[in-house]
Design a protein around this ligand. Structure first.
Ligand code: ZN
Length: 117
């Protein structure tokens, strides 16, 4: 499953960041994922749940921000929500556009627990 390997690499990055901060655990992880990133949201959610076992994220609350893809028409400049890359401009019907967002797959924020000193 594609989403499982994505979940694993997200966890790897999150753990590396947490270690840099001398954290013992991760309390919260927020992900930004675009609707055109090629990810099944439900599958990623399930994969994350399985993959966090025995990691620093085991007790973490994981939030996935769904970023709706938007594009700007190259013909008329209209900006619109886009469901797939071949969608035409709703205003002029043009097929050429620039994607403004929707392909993101990144860790937005991470809240870690650090030992008391
Ligand atoms: Zn247009």
């Amino acid at each position: 499953m594609h989403e499982f390997s994505i979940a694993m690499s997200i966890i790897e990055i999150a753990e590396a960041e947490a270690r840099k901060a001398d954290a013992t655990a991760i309390n919260e992880l927020v992900l930004d994922i675009g609707t055109l990133a090629g990810i099944e949201f439900y599958a990623l959610d399930t994969a994350m749940e399985m993959a966090i076992k025995n990691t620093m994220l085991e007790e973490a609350s994981i939030k996935i921000n769904k970023i709706t893809a938007r594009a700007r028409c190259s013909g008329c400049g209209e900006e619109f929500d886009i469901e797939n890359v071949f969608d035409a401009c709703p205003k002029c019907g043009g097929l050429y556009h620039k994607l403004l967002c929707g392909k993101e797959l990144r860790i937005k924020s991470l809240i870690v627990e650090t030992p008391e000193r």
